[in-house]
Design a protein around this ligand. Structure first.
Ligand SMILES: *Cc1c(COP(=O)(O)O)cnc(C)c1O
Length: 410
């Protein structure tokens, strides 16, 4: 035990990313293992928001659109995110929510494959993506089919009826990671388009949208990118589709000349065509500031530490909590930056854990989920979290009525 403790201390001392912790504001009595759901607060955000509100909005008023360049925030912030997901400058904009961006991209993709009627996805996809596809059915065509298969069957389900393969790279429950490059290649081989949801990828590990030849991508910025609750999402369009693509939500900010106030819609020739209405300036300012910390490290370094943290957590939890069953792939390269376990009383266990200062979350029906954000976690955090989890399970501390009561958000 003594030896273990020393080696953990040494790992923290030798951690090349340890200096990044100071850029985050976290309560002292909390170990935060939910950065995969809502990233922690970067200290730079408060100052940026105060400045945007008091100096920019307060003093410049409407002049801010030009003098503080608010109007270009979607492409400016988009270019910063593009760098983190292996996309070229000018191919990604920050706008709206992930759900809305899924809708725009799906409708566009279906238009690009008019003779095909199938959206192919898997049962591990996040429900909102599937719901958006279902909403398109009545709108675009009654023949449209959302074909759902098990994640491991996607490859075999690709055929010439598929217009677009819509997948989330990392499964929100298990953390299982699809092979983006391989599946995109298979989709293209049958003439289908490939759309990737990067909600659990962006900011967590290197993503190579361009190298994988993805056609479209969407993602949110409040998880590993730390943009804050409800932060605006992003949408990527491969350069070769810029003209073919057509955002069905034809708002003025996607127009080629919004301030010409023409009566007819003319899409922008740039990725800006994926924009709809007025950008959320305050939220985008917060996100812009949150992204600063990524200039100080690389996604390769973040992934390497994430793997060490998650492997350490799995081995500590295995040792202390034999009743928890690992729900994530054991190969760290086949999962995102999260680890999940199954337990029939998972909900109550997670509530007890949160009450004891370790924040993770619960996903129905029986998954407890832990995210590893290497920007602000230490190795000692991981060991301590596993120790507390072990005590809660060994002592049945979760088994009280208060911990069984379900909240609106789990
Ligand atoms: C978090 C998440 C979303 C969230 O969509 P919103 O529109 O931001 O609510 C969508 N897709 C996936 C895969 C997610 O993990």
């Amino acid at each position: 035990m003594e030896l273990d403790a020393i080696s953990i201390e040494q790992r923290d001392e030798q951690d090349q990313l340890a200096h990044l912790q100071q850029f985050f504001s976290l309560p002292d009595d909390v170990i935060y293992l939910d950065g995969n759901s809502l990233g922690a607060l970067p200290k730079s955000v408060s100052a940026a928001l105060t400045n945007a509100v008091e100096e920019q909005w307060g003093k410049s008023l409407i002049k801010g659109w030009n003098c503080h360049n608010w109007i270009d925030l979607p492409s400016k912030v988009g270019d910063r995110i593009a760098k983190l997901v292996g996309a070229d400058e000018g191919t990604l904009v920050c706008a709206d929510s992930t759900s809305l961006n899924v809708f725009k991209v799906l409708a566009t993709a279906i238009k690009m494959r008019p003779s095909r009627k199938v959206i192919l996805s898997d049962t591990g996809n996040f429900p909102t993506d599937l719901y958006m596809a279902q909403g398109l059915k009545g709108l675009v065509s009654e023949d449209l089919e959302l074909r759902l298969v098990a994640p491991e069957d996607v490859e075999n389900a690709l055929d010439e009826s598929v217009a677009v393969m819509m997948l989330t790279e990392v499964d929100y429950r298990t953390g299982r990671k699809h092979n983006m490059k391989e599946l995109t290649e298979k989709a293209h081989a049958v003439g289908a388009l490939a759309m990737w949801d990067l909600c659990h990828s962006a900011g967590a590990f290197p993503v190579h949208l361009k190298a994988a030849e993805a056609d479209f991508a969407v993602g949110c910025s409040y998880k590993y990118l730390n943009g804050g609750p409800g932060a605006p999402a992003f949408v990527y369009v491969a350069p070769q589709h810029k003209n073919a693509a057509g955002n069905p939500l034809t708002g003025w900010m996607g127009h080629s000349a919004p301030f010409a106030f023409d009566l007819g819609y003319e899409p922008s020739a740039k990725t800006d065509q994926m924009r709809v209405g007025t950008p959320q300036v305050l939220a985008m300012t917060a996100l812009d500031a949150a992204l600063d910390v990524f200039d100080q490290t690389s996604l390769e370094a973040l992934q390497a530490k994430s793997i060490e943290l998650s492997e350490l957590f799995i081995s500590e939890v295995k040792r202390r909590c034999p009743s928890l069953e690992l729900a994530s792939p054991t190969d760290p390269y086949k999962r995102g930056s999260q680890v999940s376990f199954c337990h029939e009383h998972g909900y109550a266990i997670m509530q007890a854990l949160i009450d004891h200062g370790v924040i993770g979350d619960f996903r129905a029906p029986n998954i407890i989920r832990f995210g590893f954000a290497p920007l602000y976690l230490t190795y000692a955090n991981i060991v301590k979290a596993a120790e507390i989890l072990g005590e809660i399970i060994a002592g049945n501390l979760w088994d009280t009525p208060a911990y069984h009561r379900k909240s609106k958000v789990t």
